[in-house]
Write a protein that binds this ligand. Structure first.
Ligand SMILES: [Zn+2]
Length: 135
C-alpha cells in the first residue's frame, strides 16, 4: 500500500509530538475520556493531525459516551482507509487516513446507536485537529 503522503519514520518523529506519534504511527490508543475532542460540539472540520487531510465533520459527530470522539460517517468515503485488525485477540476494523496511512481509530457496526449509518467511527482526539467553522 502506498500513500500520497509518505515520510521516513524519523521525519514523522520530528514533526509529531511523542504522544501523537504513538497513536498516529504506532496505532496506540489514547486513554478513554482524556482526549481534547471527546465532548466537543464546536462546528467545523476535523483534519488528520499528521497530514492535514479533511477526515470528519462536526455534522456526523454524535454522543456515544464511549470516551472517544465518535462519528457515524467520514467526510468522504475515500478520506479513510479501512483495514482488518486482528490484534489483541479481537477482529476489529482499523481506520486510517487514506492520504498518509496514519492510524485514527476503529469503526464498529450494529451497536444500535440512533444514527443514520449504525456505524461508530471511534477516533482518537490526538489523531485529529479541529478547524472551527468561521461564521
Ligand atoms: Zn493523514
Amino acid at each position: 500500500m502506498s500513500y500520497d503522503v509518505e515520510k521516513p519514520d524519523e521525519q514523522w518523529r520530528k514533526e509529531l509530538a511523542p504522544a501523537e506519534y504513538a497513536v498516529l504511527r504506532e496505532a496506540a490508543t489514547e486513554p478513554a475520556f482524556t482526549g481534547e475532542y471527546t465532548d466537543t460540539k464546536t462546528e467545523g472540520v476535523y483534519s488528520c493531525r499528521a497530514c492535514g487531510a479533511e477526515l470528519f465533520t462536526s455534522t456526523t459527530k454524535f454522543e456515544s459516551h464511549c470516551g472517544w470522539p465518535s462519528f457515524f460517517d467520514p467526510k468522504d468515503t475515500d478520506a479513510v482507509e479501512l483495514i482488518e485488525d486482528r490484534s489483541h485477540g479481537m477482529v476489529r476494523t482499523e481506520v486510517r487516513c487514506a492520504r498518509c496511512g496514519s492510524h485514527l481509530g476503529h469503526v464498529f457496526k450494529g451497536e444500535g446507536y440512533p444514527t443514520p449509518t449504525d456505524q461508530r467511527y471511534c477516533i482518537n482526539s490526538i489523531s485529529l485537529r479541529l478547524e472551527p467553522e468561521r461564521g
